[in-house]
Write a protein that binds this ligand. Structure first.
Ligand code: SF4
Ligand code: SF4
Length: 96
């Protein structure tokens, strides 16, 4: 379940604008999530500038804030990584 800490929420509406299924709205001046239609994409957690959104569907200790130093991938390294990938093509004769 995704929830908003009303103490932290500054009603910037970024989560509302980013939610792909439009289940967040302002209620009494704070963001409010209708979990019934939520697809658990966690965009709301990612975009909130004040860490007001959390979920017990994820281990929140694993949610890392963007850090240029540790998130940057050199274009050449990324290209090599993509080229190096191989799919498995030894198919088994049974239904997927
Ligand atoms: S997890 Fe995704 S679908 Fe659910 S409220 Fe957040 S942005 Fe919307
Ligand atoms: S992004 Fe965060 S601060 Fe902004 S409205 Fe949503 S919960 Fe509130």
């Amino acid at each position: 379940m995704f929830k908003v800490d009303r103490e932290k929420c500054i009603a910037c509406t970024q989560c509302i604008q980013d939610c792909p299924v439009r289940v967040i709205s302002l209620k009494d001046g704070k963001a409010d999530i209708n979990n019934e239609g939520c697809i658990k994409c966690a965009h709301c957690i990612a975009v909130c500038p004040v860490d007001a959104v959390s979920s017990d569907d994820y281990n929140m200790d694993e949610v890392k804030p963007y850090n240029k130093e540790t998130f940057t991938v050199e274009a050449e390294n990324l290209l090599n990584f993509i080229k190096f990938r191989r799919s498995v093509r030894r198919f088994k004769n049974k239904p997927v």
